[in-house]
Design a protein around this ligand. Structure first.
Ligand code: XUL
Ligand code: CO
Length: 437
């Protein structure tokens, strides 16, 4: 299969920071060790099938521009099977070991569920063959419960029970296929699980229904012996006015309220974090501190465009912040860095897929090295530790231990008087970070 779909493009080599070859890595050196693991083991890059193979690069004002010579544009199973080989050749050449997919981006949706399931099985046969030939693995699978017209008012939160059931049936099948392909995880992104207006919405019922769908999936996962992780992916809006899984905190609250905490962790996406009005570091921190940081959809938005632009990450500051959080949780287990990102509409040639992924991988290699160096240096950590040290003894230790009362606090202040505080040193700390970037 080699050379068939991306002729003239070699396997991308590592040439180091002095290289001026656009089709070479300057920083990502798969086998190079950072701390006790190789870059490849730390970063666990994955390629998103929906963007890399299926995104025509349309925007709200214009249609598809992407040139994908191997794709005949039809909805046939044969075309879908052929695309598998283009995807795997691409991943082999760019050196990415994992991929992620939705049921409907790998296989066409046909006239009824049975026909769509059969098409998915036929493409899964091909995916399995390609995985076996290349050693590439499935990071996670998911079901697309948002594109088809039936899901116009949601899937798990649709006001129509038959639509809920259709979505549940799609989840069942997508889980089976993910399991068959040895997937390390399964994602629930609540596509249209939210509302357009509260005037027509019973929020309580919708949320209870969404929880029912997830409980059914947890039960089925156990029944079929799927050992992969379940993730829920926060996003505040778009396409809905409001989506219930709006950010990390909302997802965690939902999982706790509905007895699902521990069954699902979070798949956090950069562009969704910024749409929620947070930094990516904030979203990761919230999840990590709750022991629920599972995986990452690695992309970025555009500061000047208000929608989910799904761009490739190139900011070293951003990738450093992300890798600090990943390293602090002890690295990924089942998760990884999935490039949920697409080329710009203007970048329509197949070779642009290479430039895009190379750039993202190099940016994360630098982020990893920088984050590792900052942690090794220790100045940031020791500043933070010292900042809270008044809680290590005396009244602070009693407060943390839960043994101090309001009366104790009053007695303490009456005895010691006005408290003193110290500078938060934000500027100094930001300067330290820049020493490493
Ligand atoms: C949509 C999005 C999805 C999920 C999987 O904004 O990010 O691609 O990652 O459904
Ligand atoms: Co995503």
């Amino acid at each position: 299969m080699s050379g068939e779909f991306f002729p003239g493009i070699p396997t991308i080599p590592f040439e180091g920071p002095k290289s001026r070859n656009p089709l070479a890595f300057k920083h990502y050196n798969a086998e190079e060790k950072v701390g006790d693991k190789t870059m490849k083991e730390h970063l666990r890059f994955a390629c998103a099938y929906w963007h890399t193979m299926r995104n025509g690069l349309a925007d709200p004002f214009g249609g598809a521009t992407a040139e994908r010579p191997w794709d005949d544009g039809s909805d046939s199973v044969a075309n879908a099977q052929k695309r598998v080989w283009a995807m795997f050749e691409f991943m082999q050449k760019v050196g990415i070991d994992f991929y992620c997919f939705h049921d409907r981006d790998v296989a066409p949706e046909l006239n009824d569920l049975a026909a769509s399931n059969a098409a998915l099985d036929a493409v899964a046969d091909e995916l399995l063959k390609a995985q076996q030939q290349t050693g590439i693995k499935l990071l996670w699978g998911t079901a697309c419960l948002f594109s088809h017209k039936r899901y116009n008012q949601g899937a798990g939160t649709s006001p129509y029970a038959d639509v809920f059931a259709y979505g549940a049936a799609q989840v069942k099948k997508a889980l089976e296929v993910t399991h068959r392909l040895g997937g390390e995880g399964y994602v629930f992104w609540g596509g249209r699980e939210g509302y357009a207006t509260l005037w027509n919405t019973d929020m309580k019922r919708e949320l209870d229904h969404l929880a029912r769908l997830l409980h059914m999936a947890v039960d089925y996962k156990k029944k079929i012996g799927f050992k992969g992780a379940f993730y829920i992916e926060p996003k505040p809006r778009e396409p809905s006015t409001h989506q219930y899984d709006s950010d990390s905190a909302a997802c965690l609250n939902f999982l706790r309220e509905h007895g699902l905490i521990g069954e699902l962790s979070l798949n956090i996406e950069t562009n969704h974090a910024t749409l929620a009005g947070h930094t990516m570091m904030h979203e990761l921190r919230v999840a990590r501190e709750a022991g629920a940081l599972g995986s990452i959809d690695a992309n970025t938005g555009d500061e000047l465009i208000g929608w989910d632009t799904d761009q490739f990450p190139t900011s070293i500051y951003l990738t450093t912040q992300i890798m600090i959080e990943v390293l602090r949780m002890g690295g990924f287990t089942t998760g990884g860095l999935n490039f949920d990102a697409k080329c710009r509409r203007e970048s329509f040639e197949p070779v642009d897929l290479f430039h895009a992924h190379i750039g993202g991988m190099d940016a994360f290699a630098r982020g990893l090295k920088t984050a590792h160096a900052i942690i090794q240096d220790g100045r940031i950590d020791s500043f933070v530790k010292d900042r809270y040290s008044s809680f290590d003894s005396g009244i602070g230790a009693k407060i943390e231990a839960g043994t101090a009362t309001l009366e104790d606090c009053e007695a303490h202040i009456l005895a010691t008087g006005e408290p003193s505080t110290r500078s938060g040193r934000q500027e100094m700390l930001e300067n330290i970070i820049n020493e490493f970037i």
